[in-house]
Design a protein. Structure first.
Length: 347
């Protein structure tokens, strides 16, 4: 009996396999559907033959499948997985169901860095998109330093409420700066506006590779702290009593999330609500144990964002709606429903 109970502490290999198959199935479906629908058989042949460098049969639109849709859908899945993982980690760390990457202010800081790079045309030689990425990650780090410094000045213990309050105020401050930059960047205002609403159009395999590396490295660090996040659920004092280095775990988790969010924002723009509602929904299925919640949130986040991106691409085709608009619309409704049901259950 004890052995059966222990197996619930981790995400089992069978569950990984089932979730992986579901994610791949949704990925293929999203590659097939778009402004022009492509049969599943043609999609599978194009991807398979491209991987193994085989000739593509005549009549199959390989450029649309391999060069445009496949890298975009892969990037969408990786961004969804990353943001959901960060949201689950943040909610566990701060013991607050309203917490996600944007609560800490890191998303806002990363957005500011990317907007500055777009508005002033900051690039790196030979790497046209690297300027936006470097600026987003840099400002995510700077935002984290500013927020933690202010929180430390106000509260030496770096309490959860202090960090959340400063993060919200900082996000509002950054939003005003972005508005000022947009006012004086009329020639680039359309690009900045579309980017701030979130979009992964034009993503390539280089972007996908960078997202994958970031998720493996920094996502792996977050997953490794699942046990410590479980200890935080019963309070910071109790976590200290069971041997958790509270300050070290807080700083490590926050820095790791800032880098991962910075990479996501630099490639996909500002995409809200993913890190907020997906952990909520996943927690209803897996329970509060972070050893199960965090990996499950990654799969759920990837599936959710792929479907949201599909809606953004087809609902008004051939026009495309920014993915951030879709996630905010769906996320707001789902969050209100969850909040209502939670209050109703408590009564």
């Amino acid at each position: 009996m004890k052995k059966d109970i222990r197996t619930l502490d981790k995400f089992r290999p069978v569950e990984y396999a089932i979730c992986s198959v579901m994610t791949l199935a949704i990925l293929l479906f999203c590659v097939c559907i778009g402004s022009v629908n492509i049969p599943l058989r043609d999609t599978a042949i194009a991807i398979w033959n491209t991987i193994f460098n085989l000739p593509i049969p005549e009549g199959i639109a390989q450029p649309i499948i391999v060069a445009m849709r496949l890298p975009r859908v892969i990037c969408v899945a990786l961004v969804g997985a990353s943001l959901s993982l960060c949201g689950a980690s943040m909610q566990g760390l701060l013991r607050n169901p309203l917490a996600d990457g944007s609560t800490l202010g890191v998303s806002a800081g990363a957005s500011l860095g990317a907007v500055i790079a777009i508005a002033f045309g900051i690039t790196l030689p030979g790497l046209p998109f690297a300027g936006t990425m470097v600026m987003a990650i840099l400002f995510a780090f700077l935002s984290l330093i500013i927020i933690l410094s202010l929180a430390y000045k106000l509260d030496y213990s770096l309490s959860t409420n202090t960090i959340i309050l400063i993060g919200i105020v900082f996000s509002m401050f950054v939003a005003s700066i972005i508005s000022v930059i947009m006012t004086f960047s009329q020639d680039r205002i359309r690009t900045i506006t579309f980017w701030t609403m979130g979009s992964l159009a034009g993503s390539n395999f280089q972007n996908a590779l960078l997202l994958l590396i970031a998720l493996i490295v920094f996502g792996g660090i977050l997953l490794a702290h699942g046990r410590e996040l479980n200890a935080f659920a019963i309070g910071e004092d109790n976590a200290r009593h069971v041997g958790v280095n509270v300050k070290k775990v807080k700083l490590t988790t926050m820095i790791t999330m800032s880098v991962l969010i910075g990479v996501c924002v630099s490639i996909g723009g500002t995409i809200g609500f993913v890190g907020l509602i997906i952990p909520h929904i996943t927690r209803m299925v897996t329970g509060p144990n972070h050893k199960r919640l965090m990996p499950a949130s990654m799969f759920m986040g990837a599936i959710f964002l792929m479907l949201a991106d599909l809606i953004a691409r087809v609902i008004a085709r051939p026009l495309e709606i920014p993915i951030g608009v879709v996630t905010s619309f769906i996320g707001a409704i789902v969050f209100i429903y969850i909040f209502y049901m939670t209050r109703k259950f408590r009564k």
